[in-house]
Design a protein around this ligand. Structure first.
Ligand SMILES: [Zn+2]
Length: 88
């Protein structure tokens, strides 16, 4: 799968942040989340992915999460979950 690195466009930031809230697959989470119990779901800005709680940041993101492509599969993932599919 292709990887995107910053700087991200505003459209990419929006696509990623919508994905993080959609709850269809596992979100990107903080690499230091074991150190804090607060929110660890990363959010995108134009210069990278950031943890809302600590100073953790990440630069590598799957391209299909940044260009709205994931939305094509949203219904499909919803269907899987309705039928009892579980991640891991
Ligand atoms: Zn964190």
């Amino acid at each position: 799968m292709k990887i995107r690195k910053p700087p991200f466009t505003l459209a990419e930031v929006q696509s990623f942040n919508e994905y993080q809230k959609a709850g269809i697959m596992h979100e990107y989470t903080c690499g230091k989340r074991d150190d804090h119990v607060e929110n660890s779901v990363l959010f995108a800005k134009e210069d990278g992915l950031f943890c809302p709680t600590c100073d953790y940041r990440q630069d590598n993101v799957l391209e299909w999460l940044m260009n709205d492509e994931w939305k094509k599969y949203e219904d499909w993932f919803t269907k899987l979950k309705e039928n009892g599919f579980k991640e891991e």
